[in-house]
Design a binder for this molecule. Structure first.
Ligand code: PSU
Ligand code: MN
Length: 317
């Protein structure tokens, strides 16, 4: 008999070490609906101190939809799925908290660092925990000058590998929305509109692009996710537009976004600082109008994600 072959394959961490809160551990054990929430939106997308109340409101919206909220962040090197009030305080109060995409997670783990998780890293950690739904505001995507800068969010490739549904109001309208949709197609990420075939534009209802598919109910969205999970790894993006009477005035939208992008250029902002810089500029230039709309759309997405999670759990019973 030949000697046993030496094990030369690298060991891939299929399951990163996670700490589940008692409520999330119990819910997942019981097959109860759970919705993951990211923390970069809190730490870097919304200004302090308003972000703290928004964190509670988003969790409450998930519960109103019929699911348990699991806000995700890395604290002292350990990814936490489901945070205590004190842990949410930390995420919302610390001005120096890191912004962690997937590639930053091993550094945080090895060095014991803390940070907020983006869509990419939240999706990875949520999937590892066994969570099927994720709610956010707007996905990251292809930036408008990407032909020169190569700036494309790691959110897109992460969603090509993670099997969950992400409820969002499209991609942030500071981006090149049509190019982002093209990349989502290349990456075979499933995209459906929620009761619309018009791709939403984050602060505005119409992002200026059409979708091939829509779903009409949480049950249909859950069925698409279930079918996607049987097919191949990869996410289902459920694009949930703001109603027209709740959107940002489109004229104000176009003006403040042009100003904010010009300000980022002038200030020479690069890399992962771009999105927080532009969002902050918008909140100031619109005198809080973009902030109010941003919080509103996140709440709507959280509630819809709760409903889809509940429909998915009910279908599995
Ligand atoms: N949605 C929001 N506000 C945000 C973000 C999303 O309403 O701040 C964050 C998400 O965490 C997303 C990140 O993953 O912006 C994208 O950052 P970048 O463009 O650097 O990839
Ligand atoms: Mn970027």
């Amino acid at each position: 008999m030949p000697p046993e072959a030496p094990r030369t394959e690298p060991r891939h961490a299929a399951a990163p070490p996670l700490t589940l809160s008692p409520e999330i551990a119990e819910a997942l054990d019981a097959g109860a609906p759970v919705v993951a929430l990211e923390s970069t939106l809190l730490a870097h997308g919304l200004p302090r101190p308003d972000n703290r109340a928004a964190a509670d409101d988003v969790e409450a919206a998930v519960r109103a939809g019929g699911a348990v909220p699991a806000t995700i962040a890395v604290l002292d090197g350990v990814p936490h799925v489901g945070l205590t009030a004190e842990q949410v305080d930390r995420v919302c109060a610390d001005p120096d908290l890191a912004k962690l995409g997937v590639r930053d997670l091993p550094v945080a783990a090895a060095l014991g660092l803390s940070g907020a998780t983006t869509v990419s890293s939240t999706a990875l950690l949520a999937e590892a925990a066994g969570i099927a739904l994720f709610a956010t505001g707007g996905l990251g995507g292809v930036h408008r000058q990407s032909a020169e800068t190569f700036d494309e969010s790691a959110d897109l490739t992460a969603l090509s590998r993670t099997s969950l549904a992400v409820v969002c109001a499209g991609v942030k309208s500071i981006l090149d929305v049509p190019a982002t949709l093209e990349r989502l197609e290349s990456l075979s990420v499933t995209v459906v509109g929620y009761r619309t075939r018009t791709f939403p534009g984050f602060y505005v209802a119409d992002g200026g692009a059409q979708l091939d598919w829509s779903v009409e109910s949480p049950e249909q969205a859950a069925a698409v996710l279930a079918a996607r999970r049987e097919l191949a790894p990869g996410a289902v993006v459920v694009a949930n537009p703001l109603p027209a009477d709740e959107q940002l005035d489109p004229a104000l939208h176009d003006r403040v976004i042009a100003d904010a992008l010009a300000a980022a250029e002038t200030a020479g902002v690069r890399g992962k600082a771009v999105t927080p810089f532009v969002l902050d500029h918008l909140h100031r230039a619109s005198e809080g109008a973009t902030l109010a709309v941003n919080v509103r759309l996140v709440l709507r997405n959280a509630e819809l994600a709760g409903r889809i999670a509940a429909a998915l759990a009910a279908a599995a019973r």
